[in-house]
Write a new protein. Structure first.
Length: 150
């Protein structure tokens, strides 16, 4: 009787431990929120104008100036990098300063450092700056996005 029980347990364990030979379908990660263009409040110059169907990812969050930073936080901020590590954020900041950007680091309540290369209270101007970054740095900052400060 013990042999029957042991054999049954061994068979049950064998079948429960085996994985299916079918490839499992992995869940698809959610895509970022994409916000369409807002109507232009004023004409945009030809220098900054790009295709009107270009979408800019935006996100609203509470931010403050990171330690060691000064200045006021504008409503619309162009973010080219987000880091948990302060030194990584500083390295990208230094790189962009060398490219003549006025860079500042912002920090959200969760401790993420946002590398901001442009700030304005004009949403269209900020969106145009993101498009310009996409054009100027096609291999580096295609994931640049608009942070709307709360």
């Amino acid at each position: 009787m013990n042999k029957v029980i042991v054999s049954f347990c061994a068979i049950a364990l064998t079948f429960s431990a085996c994985k299916s030979s079918k490839p499992s379908s992995l869940p698809v990660p959610p895509s970022p929120v994409v916000v369409g263009e807002a109507p232009a409040a004023k004409p945009v110059s030809a220098v900054n104008a790009t295709s009107s169907d270009t979408k800019v990812v935006s996100r609203s969050e509470e931010v403050s100036m990171a330690p060691g930073e000064s200045g006021a936080i504008q409503r619309y901020n162009v973010i080219i990098g987000s880091f948990q590590n302060y030194n990584n954020a500083q390295a990208l900041k230094a790189k962009m300063i060398n490219r003549n950007y006025n860079v500042k680091l912002l920090q959200n309540p969760q401790g993420m450092y946002r590398v901001c290369v442009f700030s304005s209270n004009d949403e269209n101007e900020s969106r145009n700056q993101i498009r310009q970054i996409h054009t100027n740095y096609p291999d580096e900052f295609q994931d640049a996005w608009l942070l709307i400060a709360r």
